[in-house]
Write a protein that binds this ligand. Structure first.
Ligand code: ADP
Ligand code: MG
Length: 699
């Protein structure tokens, strides 16, 4: 249960003065539901006012605070605003302008010849200077407090002042929490206490150390939670799957190529883990085309050799089908049964088939099951699941990872694979509970993909070049961007492009046959998607027009040209993934990035980076800097715990430290029972990593 000291923070916003249903709705749009949300809602910037004695032209456009004396009221009319002319100490005049206020109001608030402190933004209107809707205070009021005003991220109908007041009330309820950071760490960085840090971050005074501290707090909470998950998993008794080499040795002999050094090393690391009783938790990172699938197969065969079953979880149906095809072919000579189960099997009237498959699975007649999340549905029962492999891990969060392991009687070994090179800082924050292996070597004989950038107004040239490519027997992808907020839009954009290109290539080949143009997008029926992919893989179509559904894992070596439309709308990591679809054979491949007409400097810099490098890690670092972790990990919409204070830059600086400190704390005080341990429990609750605390209790 949450420590009572935190209760005031986790109260609903309605606990604050004057917060009714209308305001609750507005706050909800900003995801501010509880007092703690308000306290953590940091200002986007601060408006700085200049306190002056005299007003002059040079101050136009700036917020100022000045003592003025009203000299004339002009109450306006139905179409013109109320104007109060006022002069400064030197006799320079300007107008204070109010819409929707009466003369009576002006006479009471701004009586003639009585100085007032006026604060607001100085504008020019025609020949005269004016301030609209200024703050009015007594002349003796010091301007100091009002000189720096935090500006909060707002929503329609909720003025900054109102929100600032609410935030102020939330901050007034901040409890004094016992310190969870080691005193030496605090001293070394000159960090304030938690409460002081939060206040400073809102006041935007000394906010750099304050925000660093808050980010560190958040990262520390996250690291503690991940380490608790890790410790809990490790402590559970799993099953050693040492293998005996009878399947893997045969496979190695029949492979048409030798394993790369990196593959051999990684397989050994995985087998080392699987030979232990404590469940493996390993993340395998390897750039696109590095040969992760084969590594997974070796791991799965090792499980099968040991009498267990293995499951391979793919992020899309297309990939699941492709894995089935590839693995069935590679493992053709082995005495094992591989099957696939996807969400559609049920719908496609394959109920009988599906039931048979489930029977076989439950009886242990299937050794390796491949599929989408369907392979973990309730009615899917394994005979003896020993290993779970997750392909393209970045689509799955920590919580999902934990769920996966519930299908087995004893906790299974877990191997997660990702083609997204993950910068170390992100690896720690998102996969901190796992060990990591890197496939840092591509199979031999690959030629690096050449990347070019072209403006979309050269579309005709592009189509002509594409026509030559296709006429020469080459294959190509054409990727259309997702249309923001509208799947129908994606479909329409891709369908439109496909129709246009179909028209362009009718009657193109030497034999007079038109070049086939395939189409794949997210709204198609799975069977149609598969058919389109199969046609392309078998070269029955030369061109595949697609949305990003082909992003991960698709492998058609004869496709050597990738065209990405509106490339500036994609994340760098995503572009890198797309580019990885080509350059899979020995032929030279080209990736053509089509860009819109007007680009920001950042967008230009990003496309330039794509042209300059094929290094996935460099690209990922840059993407992290420019777009944040959610983009790289694909978790922006997935509900994975978001970070409130730990922005990418701070994360990069602080996460390793948070990781080490969390480890140290748990080494010394595994049950978080000491005074500092209790403080750390507060921290876990504060950042809603309480799943970690639950493990503490059960462990
Ligand atoms: P990814 O790491 O992107 O999942 P894949 O597993 O799809 O990569 O492998 C890409 C291609 O490389 C496949 O066609 C696969 O057969 C091939 N491949 C894998 N390992 C090797 C190797 N050691 N030598 C040559 N080709 C390999
Ligand atoms: Mg793959």
């Amino acid at each position: 249960m949450r420590p009572t000291i935190l209760n005031p923070l986790f109260a609903e916003v309605t606990a604050l003065k004057g917060v009714g249903p209308a305001l609750v709705r507005q706050l909800a749009r900003l995801k501010l539901a509880r007092v703690v949300d308000l306290a953590f809602h940091l200002p986007a910037m601060v408006v700085e006012r200049v306190a002056v004695d005299r007003v002059d032209e040079s101050l136009v456009g700036r917020p100022i605070s000045v003592v003025l004396t009203p000299v004339r009221h002009d109450s306006g009319g139905p179409r013109s605003p109320l104007r109060v002319r006022a002069t400064d100490a030197g006799g320079q005049w300007l107008d204070l302008v109010f819409f929707g206020q009466s003369g009576a109001w002006a006479r009471s608030k701004l009586p003639l010849h009585q100085p007032r402190r006026i604060t607001g933004k100085l504008d020019r209107y025609g020949q005269s200077l004016q301030i609209s809707h200024p703050d009015i205070a007594a002349p003796g009021d010091p301007p100091a407090g009002a000189l720096r005003e935090p500006v909060y991220p707002l929503t329609e109908g909720l003025p900054n002042k109102r929100l600032a007041t609410l935030v102020g009330e939330a901050l007034a309820r901040l409890p004094d929490l016992p310190e969870w950071i080691e005193p030496s760490v605090l001293a070394r960085h000159d960090w304030p206490g938690w409460r002081a840090a939060l206040l400073a971050a809102h006041a935007l005074e000394g906010e750099v150390p304050a925000k660093d501290r808050l980010a560190y707090d958040e990262l520390l909470a996250n690291q503690l939670a991940l380490l608790l998950v890790r410790r809990d998993t490790r402590a559970r008794k799993g099953r050693a799957l040492p293998g005996d080499g009878r399947l893997t040795a045969t496979l190695q002999k029949t492979l048409p190529f030798a394993l790369t050094g990196a593959q051999a090393r990684t397989i050994a690391e995985i087998q080392g883990d699987m030979a232990q009783a404590s469940p493996m938790l390993r993340l395998l990172q390897g750039d696109v085309g590095a040969g992760k699938t084969l590594v997974a197969l070796f791991a799965m065969l090792t499980a099968v050799e040991s009498g267990a079953q293995a499951a391979l979880l793919a992020p899309t149906e297309i990939l699941a089908r492709q894995h089935l095809a590839t693995l069935t072919k590679v493992a053709a000579g082995l005495p094992i049964r591989i099957a696939a189960l996807t969400g559609r099997d049920r719908k496609a009237g394959g109920a009988k088939q599906r039931n048979d498959l489930l029977d076989d699975l439950a009886m242990g007649r299937i050794d390796i099951l491949i599929g989408t999340h369907a392979i973990f549905q309730e009615d899917v029962v394994y005979h003896d699941l020993g290993l779970v492999v997750v392909d393209e891990q970045h689509r799955f969060g920590v919580a999902q990872r934990l769920l996966l392991t519930e299908k087995a009687r004893v906790p299974p070994h877990l191997l997660a694979m990702t083609a997204t090179p993950i910068p170390r800082s992100l690896q720690l924050t998102n996969f901190g509970e796992m060990d990591a292996s890197r496939l840092d070597e591509l199979p031999p004989g690959r030629t690096p993909v050449e990347t070019r950038v072209m403006a979309i107004d050269r579309l005709e040239e592009v189509v002509a070049a594409l026509a030559r490519h296709l006429a020469g027997g080459g294959q190509a992808y054409w990727v259309c961007p997702l249309v923001e907020g509208s799947e129908d839009g994606d479909e329409a954009a891709a369908a439109f492009r496909a129709a246009m290109l179909k028209g362009a290539f009718a009657g193109l080949t030497a034999s007079g046959e038109p070049v086939g143009v395939g189409l794949v997008h997210g709204r198609m029926k799975p069977a149609e998607k598969d058919a389109a992919m199969a046609d392309f893989a078998a070269a029955r179509t030369g061109l595949l027009v697609a949305t990003t559904v082909i992003e991960v894992g698709v492998d058609v070596p004869n496709a050597t040209l990738m065209i990405v439309e509106a490339a500036e709308r994609f994340g760098l990591a995503q572009l890198h993934q797309l580019r990885g679809r080509v350059g899979r054979g020995s032929q030279r491949s080209v990736c053509l990035l089509l860009r819109g007409g007007e680009l920001s400097e950042t967008a230009k810099a990003r496309l330039k980076l794509m042209r300059e490098t094929n290094d996935g890690f460099r690209i990922a670092e840059e993407d992290l800097r420019l777009r944040g972790a959610g983009e790289i990990l694909g978790t922006r919409q997935s509900g994975e715990a978001a970070f409130r204070f730990a922005d990418p830059e701070r994360t990069a600086r602080l996460v390793a430290m948070a990781h080490d400190d969390a480890r140290l704390l748990l080494d010394r005080d595994g049950g978080l029972a000491s005074a500092r341990g209790a403080a750390a429990r507060n921290l876990l609750y504060l950042f809603e990593r309480d799943a970690g605390v639950a493990l503490l209790r059960s462990g």
